[in-house]
Design a protein around this ligand. Structure first.
Ligand SMILES: Cc1ncc(COP(=O)(O)OP(=O)(O)O)c(N)n1
Ligand SMILES: Cc1ncsc1CCOP(=O)(O)O
Ligand SMILES: [Mg+2]
Length: 197
């Protein structure tokens, strides 16, 4: 089973702030960086997480996840098109997969994922998506359809909404802007840890 709190950050500097507070499962979601810089940032994140006994999930960059000896990778449906699943599994990586509808869920289940993410549960301001909001009830349906695979709720999550998502069936709640845009991210992370303890 994965921890119930799963923040996502775009820079290892965020890990320096979050890990000492007790975050144990975290994603680096880095877009638009040259390959060399990306490698450096991921390696830095890997070392920070190791030092704190936390698990770091690499978003998208499966070749670097293999090269840098990571344990966890997250792929979306489009990422799955080009990823080499044999190489990923051969390297011992655990894999989380995004889903938005039943066809995507069926496809995700065929790769025997280590978690399934459903989103956006609530509207998100992080990125433009063709799904506006899934609604919390869909987590209950997904939990049943996931047949034992841990379910991650993502999209528009906040400290206040996290208990609703967990009560509806999510095993884990994932979040970006409720923390990164907060005036006091450290205090907000503390509230998240309390809400998901
Ligand atoms: C936990 C989690 N859930 C969903 C996503 C989104 O992945 P994807 O659909 O590939 O979109 P990008 O994040 O790559 O823009 C995620 N990263 N993490
Ligand atoms: C990456 C991603 N995938 C589905 S929703 C989402 C964004 C989550 O960000 P926020 O927690 O700020 O809504
Ligand atoms: Mg992706």
């Amino acid at each position: 089973m994965i921890p119930r709190f799963y923040p996502i950050f775009d820079h290892p500097d965020w890990l320096r702030r979050a890990l000492p507070l007790g975050v144990k499962f975290v994603q680096l979601r880095i877009k638009d960086q040259p390959q060399d810089r990306l490698r450096e940032m991921l390696a830095e994140g890997r070392d920070l997480c190791r030092a704190h006994g936390a698990q770091l999930v690499v978003n998208d960059h499966w070749q670097l996840a293999i090269e840098l000896g990571f344990d966890w990778l997250h792929l979306g449906q489009e990422d799955l098109e080009s990823a080499d699943l044999m190489a990923i599994r051969g390297a011992g990586l655990k894999l989380g997969v995004s889903t938005h509808d039943e066809a995507e869920l069926d496809r995700a289940l065929t790769v025997i994922p280590d978690y399934i993410a459903l989103g956006p549960v609530w509207p998100t301001i992080l990125k433009k998506m063709k799904w506006h909001q899934q609604g919390v009830e869909k987590l209950t349906e997904w939990k049943r359809l996931c047949a034992g695979v841990p379910l991650v709720a993502i999209g528009g999550l906040s400290v206040e909404r996290a208990p609703l998502a967990l009560a509806a069936g999510a095993d884990c709640v994932s979040v970006v802007t409720d923390i990164t845009l907060n005036a006091d991210p450290e205090a907000r992370i503390g509230q998240w840890l309390e809400a998901t303890a």
